[in-house]
Design a protein around this ligand. Structure first.
Ligand code: PEP
Ligand code: MG
Length: 325
C-alpha cells in the first residue's frame, strides 16, 4: 500500500473535478525535510525551529541558524518555506535555559511571549531568517499570538533587525511575508482584526483544540475528550477562513488535523487550499483528494458544520470516505 502511494509523490493534489490544493510539510529537522521531499511536499508550511535550540549547551548564533535556514530554503527549490519563530515553553524545555516551574505551562511563559520578553534572542533569530530570505521564498510566522500588540511588537523587533542589516549592507527580502499561527481562541474571535496586520494565517489545530476544549493535549487521562472534529472547532475554522478571505490574505492549516484525510471535505468547503502536515501524511491526504469530488465534499462538509456532536461529524466524514474508496 505504501509503495502504491509513493507513485503519487509527483502527482498534483487535485480533486476529481479540478480543485487544486497545495500540500506542504511540517518539519522539525533537516532529516524530516528529506522525507517530505520524497513524499512530494510542495514547500514547508511549518518549520518548527525548536530543534535548533535543543540538545546543545547554548543558544544558537546567527551564523549557525542562518546555515540551517539556508539549507532548508535551498532544498525547497523555490517553493515557500514558512519559518516559525521559537516556540518553547509548554511541553518544550531547553537544558541551558531553565524556565521557572509553572502550574499551567501551556497557559504560561511560552512561544511569542518568551521572544517578546527576550528581544535580543528574538532579534538573533529574525536576523538569521532575514539573511536566509535571499536564497528562496521565506515567510516568517509568529506562534501563540493572542493580540494585535504582540504582532506589532514582534514586527518592531523585525524592523530593527532589518535596519541593522541595511547598515551592514547585507541583503534580504524586503517584501518578506509575515504571518501568525491561529491557535489561541482569542485570535479566532478577532481574526478579522488580526487579518489587517499580517500577510497570512496558519491555523494550529493542535493547540487550538486544547485551548478551545480545555483539554491538555499531553494528558492521556483526558485524551478521549480531545476532539478535533468538535462542532466548536469547525465553527472556529470557518470563522478564521471567512476572516482571511474577506481580508484577502492567505490561509492555511498546519495542525495535525491537516494530515487527517477525513478533514478533506471541510477544507474544500471552507476554501482552505493550503495544508501543511507531517511528511508521513502527505501521500494519504493526496490520495484522498484524488478520490474526492469537490462539489460532493462541500455538501458533506456543510451538513457536518450544522451538526451538534463530534461523533456524528466523524461518522459522516468516514462514511464519505467509504463511498469514495
Ligand atoms: C499547532 O499547535 O497546531 C501547531 C501546528 O504547532 P505545535 O504542534 O508545534 O504546537
Ligand atoms: Mg502550537
Amino acid at each position: 500500500k505504501k509503495e502504491q502511494l509513493q507513485v503519487l509523490a509527483e502527482v498534483d493534489a487535485v480533486t476529481k473535478d479540478g480543485t487544486l490544493m497545495n500540500l506542504a510539510a511540517n518539519i522539525s529537522s533537516t532529516k524530516e525535510l528529506e522525507m517530505a521531499l520524497r513524499h512530494g511536499a510542495k514547500g514547508v508550511g511549518l518549520f518548527r525551529t525548536e530543534f535548533l535550540y535543543m540538545d546543545r549547551a547554548t543558544f544558537p548564533t546567527i551564523e549557525e541558524q542562518y546555515e540551517v535556514y539556508r539549507h532548508v530554503v535551498e532544498r525547497a527549490g523555490g517553493q515557500s518555506v514558512v519559518i516559525r519563530t521559537l516556540d518553547i515553553g509548554g511541553d518544550k524545555q531547553l537544558d541551558y535555559f531553565p524556565l521557572a516551574e509553572e502550574d499551567n505551562p501551556f497557559l504560561g511563559y511560552r512561544a511569542i511571549r518568551i521572544s517578546l520578553d527576550l528581544k535580543d534572542l528574538f532579534k538573533v533569530q529574525l536576523t538569521a531568517i532575514l539573511r536566509a530570505s535571499v536564497h528562496g521564498k521565506v515567510k516568517i510566522m509568529y506562534p501563540m499570538i493572542s493580540s494585535i500588540d504582540e504582532i506589532r511588537e514582534a514586527n518592531q523587533v523585525l524592523h530593527e533587525a532589518m535596519g541593522d542589516l541595511d547598515r551592514q549592507g547585507i541583503n534580504y527580502d524586503k517584501d518578506i511575508q509575515i504571518g501568525i499561527m491561529i491557535e489561541v481562541p482569542a485570535a479566532v474571535v478577532m481574526a478579522d482584526l488580526l487579518a489587517a496586520e499580517v500577510d497570512f494565517f496558519s491555523i494550529g489545530t493542535n493547540d487550538l483544540v486544547q485551548y478551545v476544549l480545555a483539554v491538555d493535549r499531553m494528558n492521556e487521562q483526558i485524551a478521549h475528550l480531545y476532539h478535533p472534529f468538535h462542532p466548536s472547532i469547525l465553527r472556529m475554522l470557518k470563522m478564521t477562513a471567512d476572516a482571511a478571505h474577506t481580508a484577502g490574505i492567505d490561509i492555511s492549516v498546519c495542525g495535525e488535523l491537516a494530515g487527517d484525510e477525513r478533514a478533506v471535505p471541510i477544507w474544500i468547503e471552507l476554501g482552505i487550499h493550503n495544508l501543511s502536515m507531517s511528511p508521513q501524511s502527505l501521500l494519504r491526504v493526496k490520495h484522498r483528494l484524488l478520490n474526492t469530488n469537490a462539489e460532493e465534499a462541500k455538501e458533506v462538509a456543510k451538513s457536518c458544520i450544522s451538526m451538534s456532536r463530534s461523533q456524528d461529524i466523524e461518522a459522516k466524514l468516514e462514511e464519505f470516505i467509504e463511498e469514495n474508496t
